[in-house]
Design a binder for this molecule. Sequence first.
Ligand code: GCB
Length: 593
Amino acid sequence: MLYPRMSSGRMVFDLNGIWDFKLLEKTGTEREHAGLHLTGGRAMPVPSSYNDIYPEKDFADHVGEMVYQRTFTVTESMKKGRLVLRFGSVTHQAEVYLNGKRLGEHKGGFLPFSFEIAEQAVVGENLLTVFVNNIVDYSTLPCGRMVTEEFPGLEPRTVNLPNFDFYNYTGIMRPVWLYTTPVVYIRDITVSGKKDGSFAWDIEVSGEEEENAEVQVRVLEMNGACVYEGSGKSGSGKIENVKLWSVKEPNLYQLEVRLKTGEAIEDAYTETFGFREISIENCRILLNGEPVYLKGFGKHEEGGTRGRGTDLALMTKDLGLLKWIHANSFRTSHYPNSEEMMQLCDKMGILVIDEAPAVGLNTGFTATGLLGGNPKGTWQTLETAQHHREVMEDLVARDKNHPCVIAWSVANEPASQEEGAKEYFEPLVRLTKEKDVQHRPVTIVTYEGSAPDTCKVAELCDFLMLNRYRGWYDTEGNLRGAAAKLKAELEGFHKRCPDKPMMLGEYGADTIAGLHDINARLFTEEYQTAFMKAYGEVFDSLPYITGEHVWVFADFATAENIKRVDGNKKGIFTRERRPKQAAYFLKERWENL
Ligand code: GCB
């Protein structure tokens, strides 16, 4: 799905700003009032998570539905071609109405969706109403559970328990746009470049008389110089002396696409891409033929007040800090990040492991600890398979052209040791590879419960990504023992899959900024540094380790839980992006790696 951009064939209108907002007491209600102006609504910024905008706890932690509303104006000329209403993401489900008429719905909180509205929109003022639902259950991604809470003397009530620790931020969290295209238009562009300068494009054209439309393409350097001209809906070419995209020199190119019927230019769109190759050979991930050791983090897209709402300043600052600490990569844990973030990573030379919002796929486990198992089994209980397929397709469709994306992560910490895991993931891995013309490596990030002799998915992965918390959730305070356990597990996986690159996807210790001790005690900055050092020594002793992603880039908000002191504090930076002591240790380690 193309990002909304202005061109000679397209206009883009910004629907961000202050909307009207109200929580709904009951889900599925108020639809009959969708065509009326909200009364008693509160001001709500878009894009933003709604939760931290006002001070009341019940407001922030509301489970169920809420309604967002605004008006916008449409002119006669905007209705001449296609008029598209596009949401960057609405978390987790949206049902959209225009002037009281239902346009449709979308499930899944971290990918874009759109509606064609030229027919429903009127010239003049239009009323847009969006019902948003934040419930996570065994059919959604991420997963959660509905449980009935019972206390003496109180009416039972249903509560929603996410199966993940990050706070369940909700709302219209990414930009909303209205854009126009001609009736015959560029529906999609796929473009990729290789390290020898060759490249291929594939343009999907839709609309009236699409068979008569001709496509012209040009490849431009970022300074605007044209280095290639060609034509056809699909084709390939080669550029001499191509400047490759890399971490140090993230050179980008643009594919300018023009759609003509007869002499008239109908539609035009310019897509950014890069020339680079990702491959795997002898336990190594190669970027442009050279081994690359991945240094970086699992990273949430969040901060104070705006929650997970798109914030260009914060995103750019985060990537600046990644460069400062000599990281070269991160994983978009545990959901696709915004399109703007992917654009920034292309520009700044950051390698991205692009993760689906598939976290919590483990019915025997919750964010607060073991549930005591589920006799039926995770893969016999979850109803996510079809939705997971749609999400993988949409994720690849959205991010396929980004040179920064070097791999796909299909899920984080599923019940990969349970019977049925292989059968669940095999078709998903296959589908992801089929949909990606670059055939990027695919992984499934696994947890401690999935050991070298029990994991059912290791062979499905192109590289292994393991999350380990030895020295924190077990062996706590005992880094000597933790390092020994870690090393034995890594050796076990290497023995099982001797040709696969292996990296840590998470390891970390909660650390209260400013808490110090003469000895490296739990929760102190000294312990976090000692923890990073102990893990680093293990990695350095095993030549087949191909990367280290620390958990986590910055402290982040979680649901309330006695294991979390005002959120998850495993950040190497605080939530305000100030470095903890371990940041200086990692900066030095990574500079020299
Ligand atoms: C994990 C999860 C991550 C949590 C982390 C923790 O294994 O993948 O989402 O935040 O552990 O700190 O417990």
